[in-house]
Design a protein around this ligand. Structure first.
Ligand code: HEM
Length: 203
């Protein structure tokens, strides 16, 4: 903690967030290419087969990056308390300026839930992706590939729907948040209002 700033994300966490986000966007764009047969995208990636190769290998990057988040987002996200429930019941204070929300930890209740959601959907999308790619020698491999296609597509839909909310909440809806993923630090006063419990512990 220095003067009036407090560190919310380490250099590693910042780097890993952008690896996660960038790999997600490449996977999403090529994923849409497969889903809707966007022929034009083939030329962006070189050819259809090259787009498939990029999708598969960037899938490895996404998986590793996602698993690394377990070390710093999972412990706080699993600590759900009554304050988190109240935060949800009050809609995170987003519906009225007058609403008082209970003090929040390093991640607020919504962020915790978002993380758990990304982790579960991310693991599902990665595991099913690797089954389709590597076709392990299982007895009913055709059945598993069919199930994997289905689960891969469902988790893709959920993630693509959730993502714009995350980007909106991390930028326009909460000014001052984006700098966490650029500089890693925020003003203490800003943090006290939004993550009171965490600042109290850190002080
Ligand atoms: C342009 C796109 C994105 C922007 C501007 C953005 C911005 C941010 C910011 C500012 C934070 C820090 C919030 C805090 O510490 O209070 C954050 C956290 C996080 N981001 Fe992103 N992000 C983007 C894309 C993504 C993508 C694509 C993923 C996942 C696939 C992702 C997953 C997460 C997770 C899991 C967290 C921690 C939990 C949370 O804050 O909700 N982000 N993001």
């Amino acid at each position: 903690m220095s003067n009036n700033m407090i560190r919310k994300a380490s250099a590693f966490e910042i780097l890993n967030h952008w690896v996660l986000a960038l790999s997600f966007f490449v996977l999403m764009i090529s994923g849409f290419g497969f889903l809707f047969h966007l022929e034009g995208l083939n030329s962006v990636f070189g050819s259809f087969n090259q787009m498939k190769a990029v999708h598969n290998y960037i899938g490895i990057v996404f998986t590793v990056s996602l698993l690394l988040t377990v070390f710093y987002y999972l412990p706080v996200s699993l600590k759900f308390s009554g304050d988190d429930i109240t935060w949800f019941l009050k809609g995170g204070g987003y519906f009225s300026k007058k609403t008082e929300t209970p003090p929040q930890d390093k991640l607020n209740a919504g962020q915790k839930l978002y993380y758990i959601f990304i982790l579960i959907a991310g693991i599902a999308i990665a595991a099913t992706g690797f089954i389709m790619w590597l076709r392990p020698p299982l007895a009913d491999i055709r059945k598993w590939i069919l199930i994997s296609h289905f689960l891969h597509n469902i988790s893709f839909d959920f993630m693509v729907i959730a993502m714009p909310f995350h980007v909106y909440l991390a930028t326009l809806a909460n000014p001052g948040t984006l700098r966490i993923m650029v500089y890693g630090t925020v003003p203490i006063e800003w943090a006290k209002k939004r993550h009171g419990k965490w600042v109290k512990r850190a002080e």
